[in-house]
Design a protein around this ligand. Structure first.
Ligand code: ARG
Length: 274
């Protein structure tokens, strides 16, 4: 389902011969690491800017992606840089609101890949290809401390008419809230941080999103909020790549494998999620 390697590699070669814009460049990772499958040496792919891996991200989701001033920071940012390095490329980040990332990768022209805590799901996989997963995530719900919803009654208390649950538009948190709290009003916001701001301002009663992000928001920025419910959804984060660029999916899979084997992913997990 995910990887149509051979067909797309062939297509890339054919197109490269006829289209100057469609530059197929060679993946360089396999030679540096040695011992990889020979198929990877032929992996070729197109890039919107030569020498650069242009990465779409929605930097509102610490510890995965966030902005410190102008600078992109977080687990996904370091991962994107490490993947680019494996490919002999420079990582360049571009901000796209989360619900626009998959459509942008599908449409092409704005970014080569999306790295933004994107959960692999069958619907998205109709629009883009996903690499192998690099992280497993769960869902959590936070509320302001001292209210009616507590860890003991959350499952019921959240599923009540009049309860407003803030979610980031187009996320698995939105789907999770709709499915598990059908009596509540699920209110989408474009930006994950806006969800917390809305709750703090009293415009929403709860926020539902990926556990590590809720944990970080609650411990860093919204210390007057608390987690009342966590569900092990076991979502897999992966890099989103255009279906027309299967050679890039292949090359990034090789890179992820190398970064797993050399301990980079473990070190990033300890650094950002430890
Ligand atoms: N994992 C969730 C999803 O795929 C949320 C990701 C939100 N990412 C972000 N950078 N805001 O729907």
């Amino acid at each position: 389902m995910k990887f149509k390697k051979m067909a797309a590699l062939a297509a890339c070669g054919a197109l490269a011969a006829s289209l100057a814009l469609f530059g197929c460049s060679s993946g360089q990772s396999s030679e540096q690491q040695g011992g990889s499958e020979p198929a990877a040496e032929e992996a070729s792919y197109s890039l919107i800017n030569e020498g650069k891996l242009t990465i779409a991200t929605s930097p509102d989701f610490p510890p995965f992606e966030n902005l410190e001033g102008e600078e992109y920071v977080g687990f996904d940012i370091d991962l994107g840089k490490a993947i680019a390095e494996q490919l002999g490329l420079e990582a360049e980040f571009t901000t796209i609101q989360f619900d626009g990332i998959v459509p942008a990768i599908q449409a092409g022209g704005q970014a080569d890949v999306g790295i933004s805590g994107i959960t692999v799901d069958p619907e998205r996989a109709e629009s883009v290809d996903f690499t192998d997963p690099y992280y497993i995530a769960d869902q959590s719900v936070a509320v302001m401390k001292g209210g009616d919803v507590t860890a003991d009654n959350a499952a019921e208390a959240l599923n009540a008419e009049g309860v407003i649950i803030a979610v980031q538009s187009g996320t698995t948190g939105e789907t999770f809230a709709q499915e598990n709290f059908p009596n509540a009003t699920v209110q989408p916001y474009g930006n994950a941080t806006d969800c917390f701001a809305a709750m703090q301002a009293g415009q929403a009663n709860a926020v539902c999103m990926d556990m590590a992000v809720v944990d970080q928001m609650v411990s860093d920025a919204y210390t007057d909020a608390e987690v009342v419910l966590t569900e092990a959804t076991g979502e897999e984060y992966a890099v989103a790549v255009s279906k027309d660029n299967a050679g890039l999916t292949e090359a990034i899979n090789e890179a992820i494998k190398a970064l797993e084997e050399d301990g980079t992913i473990e070190a990033l997990t300890a650094q950002w999620l430890g």
